[in-house]
Write a protein that binds this ligand. Structure first.
Ligand SMILES: [Zn+2]
Length: 252
């Protein structure tokens, strides 16, 4: 026969066991939630940290530095010492016959300009097109090293190198829409080529980006070989009015 007292005890034990299992389940769910929330916060923190990181260069941005102006389209992006190229800027490149690369969107006009120059009897080539930020950093490091070897202090070497090489993140070559054009000096003089470019590049949407007269605004010395694509309308306006890109963008 079943002892009713024992039966009651037995049922109580069963109940206690059930409660224990339920509590254990709750604790497990809670623990799992904590782990999930913690992992999520860690991920967010790391994302934030990488978004806040400055340019990949050894030279850090100051609080005054701004992002490049992209408001007026890819052809009018402004890049200079205070306007850095966005980290996510992507370029669709096309390779020229000598291995240099340019943004595929400027290629047809660049080709047209070269055809016209050649038809006028000039020998020319793209000495530098697209450059990665890493390559720009290498150029900067090489220049700094040159000055250090000459006995300059680190600070002086950096300042002097900055006069020749654009700070990584501020070179138009990293956009792929600027080219350094050189003469094949066995048949064409540099002066002859630079004059032709100054007179004609606007017809193909290119401007001489750094002129002597505007170096106080652009922060770059005269570079008669450096041509930058802006599109035909802007190039006509900039060239005919004798503006630099910084000034032109102010008028928009
Ligand atoms: Zn250049």
């Amino acid at each position: 026969m079943i002892d009713p007292e024992r039966q009651e005890k037995c049922m109580k034990r069963h109940k206690r066991k059930k409660v224990k299992y339920m509590m254990a389940g709750c604790v497990a769910v809670l623990l799992l939630s904590f782990v999930a929330v913690f992992a999520y916060m860690l991920l967010m923190y790391q994302d934030n940290k990488s978004a806040q990181a400055g340019p990949a260069s050894g030279i850090s941005q100051t609080s005054e530095d701004k992002a490049a102006y992209t408001d007026h389209g890819w052809n009018l992006i402004l890049v200079n010492d205070t306007h850095y190229i966005p980290k996510d800027y992507s370029v669709d490149l096309i390779e020229l016959s000598n291995g240099e690369k340019v943004d595929s969107r400027i290629y047809p006009k660049l080709q047209e300009m070269f055809d016209a120059a050649r038809a006028d009897g000039l020998s020319l080539f793209v000495a530098a097109g697209y450059r990665t930020r890493e390559r720009q950093q290498e150029l900067m490091d090489e220049k700094i090293r040159e000055y250090l070897d000459q006995g300059y202090s680190q600070e002086e070497a950096q300042r002097l190198a900055g006069e020749w090489v654009a700070t990584p993140g501020t070179s138009e070559h990293e956009l792929g829409i600027a080219v350094d054009i050189n003469a094949d000096t066995s048949t064409t003089s540099s002066d002859e080529l630079y004059q032709w470019l100054a007179d004609n590049a606007w017809r193909y949407g290119f401007i001489k980006r750094y002129s002597e007269e505007k170096s106080d605004i652009t922060g770059v010395i005269n570079e008669p070989w450096h041509y930058r694509y802006v599109g035909e309308d802007a190039a006509r306006e900039i060239t005919s009015r004798g503006l630099c890109l910084e000034e032109y963008i102010e008028t928009l």
